[in-house]
Design a protein around this ligand. Structure first.
Ligand code: KIV
Length: 262
């Protein structure tokens, strides 16, 4: 997978799969899977560090996780999130943040929102750095949006999202994440732009899908948004394995002689 493949995948109607990845050991597993793309998402602030929003990820944290993922997944196309406000403090600071992520091993950056950013995106793109856009529910704006809510339900908000999508494509984005938007709007956007859309909570009509790895593995039984399909009971597997280890340690049946040295 490289940046050119995204457009051709859309042209040939082959959907794109993307999962988040934040660390070395899961990157090693994902590197051997068929998944098309990894995302070092700023959701790592919540999933890995227990914060209540992605606002708490900064460029040092993103760089640290990006480097670990690249070491574990040398063969994958990896997208790294520009963290909260990293692209809002002027061109020089934006480009410094882009440099951190790219030199940490990213193939592309992802930037949330469109308003006031089209020129910036064009500049990053012209600097040789592919930019993935992100519209709909943009979690870095959670305070401005009044919570993690489906976006673009009203007609006016829906047409604003279509307009922003077109602008991002014109600014040079090679792909666009659509998060938590109604499925018909996601279809309209996907038909309106040439670049592929990658949905999360955006229904079946996007050109690809992205999920947070821990969510699709069922690591958190309490997180049950409608859009989430669980592909494993990861919580149960870990819980049962650790309890079994505990019981076998207590009973003395671990380790066996064959699991020890002469
Ligand atoms: O940070 C993240 O995990 C994301 C996905 C939800 C697309 O941006």
């Amino acid at each position: 997978m490289n940046v050119l493949d995204f457009k051709s995948r859309k042209a040939t109607k082959q959907k794109i799969s993307m999962v988040t990845c934040y660390d070395f050991w899961s990157a090693q597993i994902l590197n051997r899977t068929d998944v098309d793309t990894l995302l070092v998402g700023d959701s790592l602030a919540m999933v890995m560090h227990g914060f209540d929003s992605t606002v708490h990820a900064d460029i040092e944290l993103m760089g640290l996780h990006m480097r670990a993922v690249r070491r574990g997944a040398p063969d994958k196309f990896i997208v790294a999130d520009m963290p909260f406000l990293a692209a809002r403090k002027g061109l020089a600071e934006t480009m410094d943040a882009v440099q951190v992520l790219m030199q940490a091993g990213a193939n592309s950056i992802k930037l949330e929102g469109e308003k006031g950013q089209a020129e910036l995106i064009a500049h990053i793109n012209e600097s040789g750095v592919p930019v993935m856009g992100h519209l709909g529910l943009t979690p870095q704006s959670v305070h401005g949006l009044g919570g993690h809510k489906v976006q673009g339900k009203a007609a006016e908000a829906a047409s604003a999202l279509v307009e922003s999508s077109v602008k991002l494509a014109q600014a040079g984005c090679y792909a666009l994440v659509l998060e938590c938007v109604p499925r018909d709007l996601a279809r309209e956007i996907s038909q309106a732009i040439e670049i592929p859309t990658i949905g999360i909570g955006a229904g079946p009509h996007t050109d690809g899908q992205v999920l947070v790895l821990q969510d699709m593995l069922g690591m958190n039984p309490d997180f049950k948004p409608r859009f989430l399909r669980r592909y494993a009971n990861g919580y149960g597997v870990v819980f049962d394995a650790v309890n079994q280890f505990h019981r076998e340690t207590r009973s003395g049946c671990f380790p066996a002689l064959a699991e020890s040295y002469r």
